[in-house]
Design a protein around this ligand. Sequence first.
Ligand code: UD1
Ligand code: UDP
Length: 380
Amino acid sequence: MKIVTVIGARPQIIKAAALSRAIKNNFPDKLKEKIIHTGQHYDENMSKIFFDELGIPKPDYNLNVGSASHGAQTACMIEGIEEILIKESPDYLILYGDTNSTLAGAVAASKIHVPIAHIEAGLRSFNKSMPEEINRIMCDHASALLFSPTGTGYSNSKKEGFKPDNSKPFTNDNPGIFHCGDVMFDNSLYFKEIALNKSNVLDNNELETGKFILGTVHRDNNTDQPQRLNAIFRSILKISEENDIEFVLPLHPRTSKLLSKNLDQELFRAISNNHKIKLIPPVSFLDMIALESNCKMVITDSGGVQKESYFFRKPCVILRSETEWKEITEVGAAIIADAEEERILKAYSRFSNSRNIDFPTIFGDGKAAEFICTTLIENI
Ligand code: UD1
Ligand code: UDP
């Protein structure tokens, strides 16, 4: 059986590692994987670093699309993916998440009748102003196999009309839906020990376990709206100064490019000159795991980092107005603070003062990738 996998943005490269590892370890004779990298992310520390570190096979194809407007970028990907699918004629196209690379794969494959398996299906923010919400809805509705990482994802699919009876054969007119756990959780379990042994990120940045907050900011509505970006960084400065606590912020290139432009000059200077707020380039996945598992708390607008914060049992302040990972807020391990100073400060102090946060099992048993491989093989 042959599958073609599309990756392009950082989190997809990381997620793909789980499936490639499961294939290599458990199904080497049954599943052959070809990888297309769209080139949506291309900086060394947004792409290549993960292949080296996570043992992901080198992509068979790189479309090198680079950055552009949504339409231009997606169109360029569709053209390239279509050509490869015609040549490779796979049994399934594997798509991850909700980026423009996901949408391009869904459009290309569905037009030429290549069945799609969507990993991270059913997640919804119910906010269609997010480009990702449109991408994930369209991908789900073009797919033959939908793999939901959480109960909420699975139940969203049912509410949207996907039938849970799973009567074969599965096609995009009669898709199969599965609640199978999260491949990112598989990765966190697998790489935790390796990260703690190998990573020097704490020493390199003079950070002490439990005494720093890990932050990431990259969503377009935060980076591109000065009012929101200012509120987030004002809150970070205030928390650091009032509590004498350090921050480490591995900045997405999008954010680095916009920080000096969109932050008020005085705030930009105060942040840049504050040695307790460490703005660093994007880090490797192993370094990220080391930061997540040693920090006091996470502040983020990232989907993946919200979850990893939970995997490593750290409270999380979410810099968005909603989350697809509803369960983590429902159990009290994460708080939605949006980009509002008062709410961010309140969430920080709530977590600083609470000792007993519960992290029940939400994301499966660490074997989501094996389940997905088995389901693919059973449904050629
Ligand atoms: C994309 C995804 C988002 C995901 C994020 C993961 C879409 C619509 N968005 O957002 O869902 O959370 O990836 O990180 O697909 N850039 C570089 N170097 C790179 C990559 C990007 O400098 O290697 C800069 C460019 O200025 C580019 C900007 O970042 O214009 C945005 O990149 P893009 O891939 O369009 O969107 P992301 O914000 O990364
Ligand atoms: N990540 C990383 N280095 C960084 C920031 C994030 O390896 O400097 C990893 C993080 O651990 C998670 C994934 O990237 O696995 C999340 O990707 P991102 O925040 O870019 O996108 P999202 O999950 O919001 O789509």
